[in-house]
Design a protein around this ligand. Sequence first.
Ligand code: NDP
Length: 487
Amino acid sequence: MEVHKILIDGKWIKSDSGETFESVNPATEEVIGKFQQGNGEDVKAAIDAAEDAFEKWSSYPAPRRGEVLFKAYQLLKRDKERLGKLVTSEMGKVLPEGLGDVQEAIDMTAYMAGEGRRLFGHTTPSELPDKFCMTIRQPLGVVGLISPWNFPVAIPAWKLMPALVCGNTVVFKPASDTPLCAIELVKILEEAGLPKGVVNLVTGPGSIVGEEIVTNPKIRAISFTGSREVGIEVRKKAELKKVGLELGGKNGIIIMDDADLDLALDGVLWGGFGTTGQRCTAASRVIIHKKIKNKFLDMLFERTKILKVGDGLKKDTEVGPLVNKKAVEKVDKYTQIGLDEGAKLLYGGRKVGGKGFFYQPTIFTNVDVDMRIAQEEIFGPTVSVIEIDSLDEAINVMNSINYGLSSSIYTQDVNRAFKAIEKIESGLTYVNASTIGSEVHLPFGGVKDTGNGTREGGIEGIHEFSETKTVYVDYSGVLQRAQIDIE
Ligand code: NDP
């Protein structure tokens, strides 16, 4: 069994702790490898290496930094098949989605490689003569990246690539369920020619490795994607550091009485059961007009009961396993909560026996808006169906939750679509498409408890990982006082 190492200052080494942990294939329960159980000393060494590397990397012209990313983009494309299979083996999503996870990283790497020749500031006229005003973008310094397991290649790439092109150096802690995907991604960056110390990777528990990253004063910014509970702690403990938080969701699909029901059905199945419901943008609520509810539920039942649950590496599998045993217990607990609350189980609601962490796709009907299954993030293949009578009611239901990540409406009526776009409280709204499907060149993030208002991706991803410096150049040769010498 291979024992993987951590990367500090360009060297793959063992942890100071002398301990290891295992990563397990959730479909087979086979151990994929052993990994270093990093500790605070490892993180401190990683931060020192990143600090040492900062001066050189941040002075390297941004277009050259972009070229390293361009090389990484080529290598990711070369290795897409291998990495896609690894994603499926380590976290369970079906192979087409494992390949999609890697493709997202490829896309982000290409986008950020190009940013090396942009990193735009802006210019604007001065209120005074012979004075020039502009903004430039500057790196932050050493940044800490903490990622979840559900997009084990894509989410690290959403953080690493903008951080690097902006000239920062990095201490990266991946989720303990998917350390191998993170190691393979960082090895690609090494092969692309990233200088030593620019990215340092420490595996190990969030409560130790993550905690040190969040609290260490030498780290200037944290980019965290994960649960709301941990996100709140990160925000508190990071004190005045710049913090980007991408947290959970309880996303909904509105289906109006004029919707194309076949299209909406595909959207509900893809959004609800894709990645076994383990996406922050998963469609865990269906908010449906009462005129078409019964017809739609019949259609949904017929399609759900034939979904093939199994190992994501097998060709005909449509729904893979949950990430681990704890996740199965959590989903099952919510099934019981739904039943206790009086919701009706239309389909599923059971663990699948045998090896692996499988759970049936599960649909609840007769769900009231304030039930826990309609409010809390389950992060599994559980869809709650809520009946509504009008667009206003649908929007109220959509907005009744603490989260605000993604939303969707199926309707043929452009007026209804635009009303929904305007009134729904979420970072993303889709029209006649499911709640999932973000593209790397657009901002991604949510409102309300989904985060703290930051966005990843697109140009806003650059803003997350850089500072704005405002520059005034006075070429008048005399003292000019803003707001005073205005005649
Ligand atoms: P967690 O919050 O449990 O973990 C996320 C990361 O934080 C992991 O690397 C974890 O390490 C680490 N961590 C745990 N405790 C601490 C701590 N005290 N200090 C610092 N870091 C810590 O979330 P999950 O991995 O379970 O991911 C699922 C969650 O992520 C869901 O809520 C989902 O909605 C959200 N998510 C949000 C997205 C968005 O962009 N809005 C996208 C994808 C997911 P370890 O693994 O070692 O515990």
